[in-house]
Design a protein around this ligand. Structure first.
Ligand code: PLP
Length: 438
């Protein structure tokens, strides 16, 4: 066995992993396009963009070169009192993508910190206006916004958050307008909107913000929203002067079929959280964008009104260079066309699932495809998830089911053949379960 694998086994603590019982992690040595290459020569198709980050493919040469060149020019600089071109350029480009409704970019390190920044930004903007009482946050059922304490607080309470409940702050939890199939769909959406409306009618003066994952609850099982709900939430929040925080950490940069999930309903949030695909999936970085109006609440001769937040690596120049290169690739490789092709391929395979006896639901939002498997033992720790994970790996594909939901969230460079292969494999796995029930 190679020494580095042994070293890792002795010294690394992996995320979301029961280190006692989990199989040894797979040693990966190289990535290219949609492929990951293991130490033993195995080639895997990455069907989940390595935790939803990889956009244009692994080790994309254009982004790799931009990183190398930036590293040789300016690798890092304190971002209080200094600025650099990659960050300035990136913030302007993002504002343009948001049609200048969101004008200011605040940099941090990952999805969770982008959420922390969004919450603090909303609350402090109220305090700066002399309104300390407007301090409630509304969050939705099924929500996942990250693993730091503030991000966990706005996420739905679950087995993952249970050990920390005594530390989490309370939020107002509202039902989520997930698209329930069948005749109740419209009723459910209306119920969610009515619940929000009646709460706001009486309590809006206490509410600072509502945070949502627009159109798709990712970690809760790729649950997709009823169309129209997001724009209705926008109307309500505008009516009552409540900040709409769109957590586009997973949905941003083309995942849902448009640049951002909010674009589907022509919604402009007051604050948006971006990460994951921001750097094309190369480096950890996040940005919390906000409107000029929110930004202006922090402008004052009083230094106490400055936004008190920052990280050592805020706006790291190398990560900014990667993000700029990723946006270039969108243009140069016509990535939005690739995204449409991925969605079309998913659509063309939908009927194969809908007729399958084990399928409870199959759904698509842009490049994201999800199939929920009928499973009596349900829940996230259902035995079916790990069994399927192994089955897919043995067949050369990385898919990581969320409980009994299998999903595909591919890098945009994936070939139609490989995407077709993944669908074939999922269908094969359903037939395999039929023959050998868990
Ligand atoms: C919607 C959403 N928000 C926040 C996060 C947290 O991001 P990170 O894991 O980079 O902290 C995630 C991660 O999956 C996410 O899907």
């Amino acid at each position: 066995m190679n020494n580095w694998i042994e070293d890792g086994r002795n010294h690394i603590w992996h995320p979301f992993t029961q280190m006692k019982t989990a199989p040894a992690p797979l040693p990966v040595i190289r990535g290219e396009k949609e492929y990951l290459f293991l130490e033993d020569g195995t080639r895997l198709i990455d069907g989940i963009s390595s935790w939803w980050v990889t956009l244009h493919g692994h080790s994309h040469p254009k982004i790799a070169e931009a990183i190398a060149s930036q590293a040789k020019t300016l690798e890092q600089v304190i971002f209080a009192g200094f600025v650099h071109e990659p960050a300035a350029k990136l913030s302007k480009r993002l504002s343009v993508l948001w049609q200048n409704h969101l004008t200011r970019s605040f940099f941090s390190d990952d999805g969770s910190t982008a959420v922390e920044v969004a919450l603090k930004m909303s609350i402090q903007s109220r305090v700066n206006q002399g309104n300390k009482k407007r301090n409630q946050i509304i969050a939705l059922e099924h929500a996942y916004h990250g693993d730091t304490l503030g991000a966990m607080s706005v996420g739905e309470r679950s087995i993952w958050t249970a050990p920390f409940h005594s530390l989490l702050f309370e939020v107002v939890r509202m039902p989520s307008p997930v698209a329930e199939s069948g005749p109740s769909a419209e009723e459910h959406k209306q119920y969610c909107l009515d619940s929000l409306m009646s709460y706001l009618e009486f309590h809006h003066e206490s509410v600072s913000a509502i945070i949502v994952e627009p159109l798709v609850h990712g970690a809760s099982g790729m649950l997709m929203w009823a169309p129209g709900a997001l724009s209705e939430i926008r109307k309500l929040t505008s009516k009552y002067g409540i900040h709409l925080i769109a957590d586009e950490i997973m949905t941003g940069f083309g995942r849902t079929g448009k640049w951002f999930a909010c674009n589907h309903e022509e919604v402009f949030p007051d604050i948006v959280c971006l990460s994951k695909g921001l750097t094309g999936g190369f480096l950890p970085m996040s940005i919390t964008m906000c409107t000029e109006e929110i930004y202006e609440q922090f402008l004052s001769d009083d230094r106490m009104k400055a936004f008190f937040h920052g990280h050592s690596y805020t706006a790291n120049p190398i990560a900014c260079a990667a993000a700029n290169a990723s946006l270039d690739v969108f243009e140069e490789e016509k990535t939005l066309e690739k995204i449409v092709a991925i969605e079309n391929l998913h659509q063309s395979r939908l009927k194969d699932y809908e007729n399958h006896p084990l399928v409870a639901d199959a759904r698509i939002q842009g490049t994201i495809f999800a199939v929920e498997i009928k499973n009596p033992d349900g829940g996230y720790f259902s035995a079916i998830g790990p069994k399927l994970y192994d089955f897919y790996l043995k067949n050369g594909v990385l898919l990581r089911p969320l409980g009994n939901t299998v999903y595909i969230l591919p890098p945009f460079c994936i070939s139609p053949e490989n995407l077709g292969k993944i669908h074939d494999l999922i269908l094969e796995s359903l037939n395999w379960i039929l023959k050998e029930p868990v």
